[in-house]
Design a protein around this ligand. Structure first.
Ligand code: G6P
Ligand code: MN
Length: 439
């Protein structure tokens, strides 16, 4: 049985992920779960809820809660990394500063994602170093800290040999929705997909060898990438703002029907429409703080008071996917999953060393990307521009370069002019003084 450490134990996602682990103990046996967080107070609020979720399934798994990296990682076999540098308070800034300039306010796309990247790259590298110091030498870090594309590129540049597998649940969430539309379990779909994280396209959706993309296309033209009754497709992403996000695939496909886009492409391809429907004073960070976070804190309080834990933690695709990937790493299952990997020719006409999102076979030694071939000029050009923006942001972080940060902001498709880029960057520098390297 494995020792698993969750870095960012105080996350609102932790109880759901632990629930996903508990229903898969036969596939992924655990001796111990450790929660690690630098925010002790937040973690200690959430820890009793997590412990209860564990005890409902197992009396034998040891449970440890700590802020000491040595205690957290000593001898660990797996680390799940889910840090949120600056927490929701800074997510709110990432979303609201660009919106004040009429630019998309989103935690991973546009200036918000670039700002979050500047906060996260160096702490992520510190975390990797701590894990390498204390953990089992063959330990894997399954990293889903956002902004995943930029974090993956930063890790590649600064710690190229680290045993880190970078993942995001958005492609698999899209597959869950496809499955619901087609009436097929998502594990039965075999997809082809190319792109960068939060910036890619499905090109084929095979079920028993037959491409069902044409059928999905017809459905999407009416309802977007959701069943007609959204709640039925998507218990995890059922907030109105998420429903809107999935429905918005429709205009993207109306214009470019060949491939099925990742929903995040709406921020890059129709930013003014997105901004027109965003409330600059109440963004997704506010929704999450007043929704998911508040509910979890209330559940924790109620559990303390009454000893009864409200049944609010179900197995979503997010946790289920993390466990799938960890199993494949642990037991060399070579399952095919969409993950973020070094290109190495998987997308023939993107740089060899780009961090891309493609299908890969997940082995005990890491991902083996599947060749997707060359992509059309339109997609290649969009991808190159986004890649350049993200790579310049990483270089700005490493070198402390204002000029490269400004280039990263200017190149991002969500940002209309150089002047917008500079005004947003300058406001973000002031807001991130505690977190960013000096530019
Ligand atoms: C999806 C994305 C994540 C993102 C999350 C935000 O799961 O893959 O990258 O962090 O959505 O969800 P939230 O509910 O916090 O807005
Ligand atoms: Mn993601």
């Amino acid at each position: 049985p494995f020792i698993l450490s969750i870095a960012g134990g105080g996350s609102t996602y932790t109880p759901g992920i632990v629930k996903s682990l508990m229903v898969r103990l036969e596939d992924f046996p655990l001796a111990e779960i450790r929660l690690y967080d630098i925010d002790e107070a937040r973690q200690s609020t959430i820890a009793p809820v997590v412990e209860k979720v564990i005890r409902d399934h197992s009396q034998s798994i040891k449970f440890t809660v700590t802020s000491d990296p040595e205690a957290a990682f000593s001898g660990a076999h797996f680390v799940f990394a889910q840090m949120r540098v600056g927490q929701y308070k800074m997510r709110e800034q990432d979303e609201k500063i660009p919106l004040r300039h009429g630019v998309v306010g989103q935690e991973t796309c546009g200036p918000g994602g670039l700002a979050y990247g500047l906060r996260t790259i160096l702490p992520m590298v510190e975390l990797i170093d701590l894990v390498e110091r204390y953990a089992d030498k063959r330990a894997w870090i399954v990293n889903y800290s956002n902004p995943a594309a930029i974090v993956a590129e930063g890790v590649r540049r600064l710690r190229p040999d680290a045993r880190v597998l970078n993942i995001c649940d958005m492609p698999v969430a899209a597959m869950r929705n496809m499955g619901a539309i087609l009436g097929v379990d998502r594990h039965k779909l075999e997809v082809d997909y190319f792109g960068l994280n939060h910036f890619g396209w499905f090109t084929r959706v095979l079920v028993d060898g037959e491409d069902r993309l044409p059928q999905l296309r017809e459905h999407i033209a009416r309802f977007g990438l959701l069943t007609e009754d959204a709640a039925q497709t998507d218990p995890q992403h059922s907030d109105p703002s998420w429903v809107k996000t999935w429905r918005n695939i429709k205009p993207l496909m109306d214009h470019f029907p060949e491939y099925l886009p990742n929903p995040y492409l709406q921020y890059y391809l129709m930013p003014n429409e997105i901004v027109a429907h965003q409330d600059p004073n109440y963004t997704r960070a506010n929704e999450v703080m007043n929704g998911r976070e508040k509910k979890l804190f209330a559940a924790a309080q109620e559990y303390q008071r009454t000893g009864v834990l409200p049944d609010a933690f179900h197995v979503g695709v997010h946790g289920a996917f993390i466990v799938d990937v960890a199993c494949s790493l642990a037991f060399d299952l070579r399952q095919r999953h969409l993950v973020i990997v070094e290109n190495k020719g998987a997308i023939a006409n993107l740089p060899y060393d780009a961090m891309v999102e493609v299908p890969a076979y997940i082995t005990a030694n890491g991902p083996e990307p599947v060749r997707m071939g060359a992509v059309p000029l339109f997609h290649q050009t969009l991808l190159m521009q986004q890649l350049a923006s993200e790579q310049l942001l990483v270089e700005a972080t490493i070198e402390g370069s204002y000029e490269k940060a400004l280039q990263a902001f200017t190149l991002n498709r969500t940002v209309p002019t150089m002047q917008h880029a500079k005004a947003i960057l300058d406001e973000m520098i002031a807001a991130n003084r505690e977190y960013w390297p000096a530019l």
